[in-house]
Ligand binder design. Sequence first.
Ligand code: DOR
Ligand code: ZN
Length: 350
Amino acid sequence: MKISPNQLVIIKPDDWHLHVRDKEIMKAVLPESYRWASRAIIMPNLVPPITTGEDARLYANRIKACIDKDINFEPLLTLYLTEETEAEDVVSAYRKKIIKAVKLYPAGATTNSSNGVKNIDSVYSVLGAMSEQGIPLLIHGEVTDPQIDIFDREAVFIEKILVPLRNDFPDLKIVMEHITTEQAVSYVLNEEKNLAATITPHHLVVNRNVMLSGGIKPHYYCLPVLKRESHRLALIRAATNGDNRFFLGTDSAPHIDKTKIDVCGCAGVFNAPFAVEILAQLFDNLGVLNRLEAFLSLHGAEFYGMPYNKERLTLKKTDIPLQMPENLETKEGKITIFDPLMEVYWQIVK
Ligand code: DOR
Ligand code: ZN
């Protein structure tokens, strides 16, 4: 990594949690990620979800068909775990290098999760096989019990589901996706092995006041929902302390505006377009630019046992703040781009 006051050269980043959807939306959003990322873990919550190795193979082909040959971008596919998932299919897709991981959505926890897991015991045979084969389990860590307050669902998930699960499968590699609380940060820090967490740009940059105070702002609604400021500060400490169990997963989750601005709006923040610029500015503001490359480009590769990317990404600090467009036009409608509500002077130059 090379840092000078106005220039930064880092190993090209990866995005360890990304939604690219399908068809026209996919065509429109993919360039926003391959502009700065070499690889991305692709989430499987399509309608219908990617539940088999064959679904994943076909989806990977559709993604690759949208990317020009001269662009270096590797989609890393995941399977959507259901109570019907067969261990042999998971293992075979992993051995054939069709998938990199399996995603656990508790049924009803988030967008397109109705086919997810209702009872964790019913997927124990699959988890056993994954543990043996070293296949990572990526977890949306929130309980779905309507009795549990939405702001407590991650902390309760850790206590009620994750702790027992890790006792039963100590060798299973787990990523807690898009963590949002100080409880999740402490849990990861206190565990010895096989546990890491992704953190999103939006959970690092804004808190729940931004979404709920002075009028409701649907473009800041995501799941897990934004939390109070003390949690955001805990996430910042995790992302900037150099600990390699924390790495970037944008959870960039595009929805066209009319489905977000609705009486029952969808959860998801579309942050892929300026994720790197925003994080460079955040780390700069905190005086920890020297920690940026590790969070964006090193820690995830280390967890997944993959080489660092050979390419580099160069950023420049400019005198005038970046003018970020408000939205991305697609054939299905406009998608609003995440507004970090701060001035960003860093720009990607190549
Ligand atoms: O805000 C979110 N949007 N959280 C998720 O877990 C899913 C995602 C989506 O797919 O839209
Ligand atoms: Zn997601």
